[in-house]
Design a protein around this ligand. Structure first.
Ligand code: FES
Length: 157
């Protein structure tokens, strides 16, 4: 039996309710790591929502991406409180380990690196967010270990 596209499975799961659009987009993004145009077209057709409205929602919320993203997204907070606790050193280590700059994705589509200005967890700074999980008091050495562990998890050395 042919497998249903993840976005259509999400539409079905939420009964196609417009009030659940954000959850449907979240579930779609979780599958693809971004919102591909084809998936948005499927959602548009299945829910009767114009593409322009879907793009409006997808661009309004920072959590959504219309660009392909890596399997893992590593976000380094560069807000003031994190900055004074050496978030720049953490970011430099992440750039070195991943070989990419903030806003970029590795060629193998495994990692995307992002920066953000304060996520409201200043007391824990420097804060790094890995696939939505917040880590506090991250040092450059710890950042390196985190990336190594993720790479090992993907069967890399
Ligand atoms: S400055 Fe990093 S969490 Fe506030």
């Amino acid at each position: 039996m042919e497998q249903k596209a993840p976005e259509l499975a999400a539409v079905e799961k939420y009964g196609g309710r417009r009030s659940c659009l954000i959850q449907i987009l979240h579930e779609t993004q979780r599958e693809y790591h971004y919102l591909p145009e084809k998936a948005l077209r499927n959602i548009s057709k299945a829910m009767g929502i114009p593409m322009t409205d879907l793009y409006g929602v997808a661009t309004f919320f920072k959590a959504f991406s219309l660009e392909p993203k890596g399997k893992h997204t590593i976000t380094c907070c560069m807000g003031t409180a994190c900055h004074v606790r050496n978030s720049q050193g953490v970011l430099d280590e992440l750039r070195r380990c991943l070989g990419i700059e903030p806003g970029q994705t590795t060629d193998d589509m495994m990692f995307s690196l992002e920066t953000v200005n304060c996520v409201g967890a200043c007391a824990l700074g420097p804060v790094v967010i890995i696939d939505g999980e917040y880590l506090g008091e991250v040092t450059p050495a710890r950042a390196k270990k985190i990336v190594q562990r993720l790479m090992e998890g993907e069967g890399k050395d």
